[in-house]
Design a binder for this molecule. Sequence first.
Ligand code: ADP
Ligand code: ASP
Ligand code: MG
Length: 469
Amino acid sequence: MNDLLVMKFGGTSMGSAERIRSAAVLCEEAWRQRPLVVVVSAMAKVTDMLLEALRHAEGGDEAGLNRLLAELDAKHRQCSNELLEGEARDRTQRVLDGILEDFTRIARGVLMLGERPPRSVDEAVAAGERLSAALMAAYLESRGVDAFAVNGWDVIVTDAVFGNASPLMEQTREKANALLRPALEKRRLPVVTGFNGATLDGRPTTLGRGGSDFSASILAAVLDAAELWIWSDVDGIMSADPRLVPDAKVLEEITYREAAELAYNGAKVLHPRTLAPLMEKGIPVWSRNSFNPSFPGTRIVPETKDGPIGPRAVTSMLNVALVSVDPASAVLSGTRIMARSLEALAAANAEVLALTSSSYRQNFCFLIRQSELPAVIEKLEETFSLELAHGYLHPIDVDLDVGLIAIVGEGMRGHPGLAGRIFTAISREMVNIIAIAQGSSELTIAIVVRREGVEKAVRAVHSECALGR
Ligand code: ADP
Ligand code: ASP
Ligand code: MG
């Protein structure tokens, strides 16, 4: 069993009957050679449709909800019709109907209440992956593979942070091994839904958008897999998002730390938390293209053969907010203000993407995701209610017209003048730099710029550091 392979297929790789067929061929090939666990995302766009349906329901728009329910039904029905025939098709259609009924029941509850409680949302959106896993398992079975669908919530145990849950690894190890190990020993192929888990007492949760990568890495870690392959729609991890930088090149190898920094700073090809469970055991990850499976892809490893070579890739992030906390009076201890601000951020469950401070006045600013802004502002205003009321603190300032770019690579410290060259390249494009943060690991230089300048800045840095083909 120490040759176990975990493979994850993303939304585009599951996006149509034709794509599921290609993915199934890859599963079958691997399964004939070694024990295999497959993790699937919902078909492309389905999670968005499910969330939109719930928003319609919350807003009392029954017609909008019904339209989306019909679209979801048609999309999966068509896929099943194209993949399967006869009795297998009827049986699978009944499974799909049951999953959509579960979703509809919750959505009708939301419609009635006019409210969308996070725990109901998590239970409801799991439908996307349950539908795709049912289709994939049924199609594999029709090809003679002994596959079966597994709900992520039956194997992954998490805390109760609905919408962005974290795994409890020991409990997950127990549950996943109890359910999956005996099946693997019988040469069966589990097709597990990505994205979702459940609390210890069985309440469904999700791992954050794009979380199927994380599901796959959690399972690879607790099952002591030999490798994890993440199938997506690009040839691997590239020196930049190919949608922004046409001459971006595929990286043959990259370290865990580099890949994690890239993901954390916006490279959508990996969910930011994917690598954490694997680092300790050094389980290698391959990022591969299901549209081009003969290409080997990128290998993510503890250390690359070429060593720490300096800047390796550049990434960017929109939908961020720069929040400034600015004491109006020198009477306040800047350090105390900062400490209490960070506590407020933690209470809001927010992640700080960049943090800078340097001033006699002890003002400082930090960058967060826009989706986390309402909770952050609420907690900051609660924390500083007195200081704000008495004018010791200026009103908390929020700038939404910003974006983040990050240059990532091990060994950047060994490149004197690099930061200067990067700033000059950005300025040459007439893009204003608003804030700069360099982590103490010296693995990442993060730069906040005006939103409209992000793409130009990414291309300028990519070319200045000669990262392309
Ligand atoms: P999946 O549906 O398979 O999970 P995603 O859409 O989440 O795939 O991620 C793949 C996308 O990530 C690519 O289409 C690409 O545009 C984007 N991307 C962003 N940065 C990078 C990068 N550095 N290397 C490769 N792809 C990137
Ligand atoms: N389907 C989920 C999403 O769209 C999880 C994933 O695709 O990884 O966020
Ligand atoms: Mg993804």
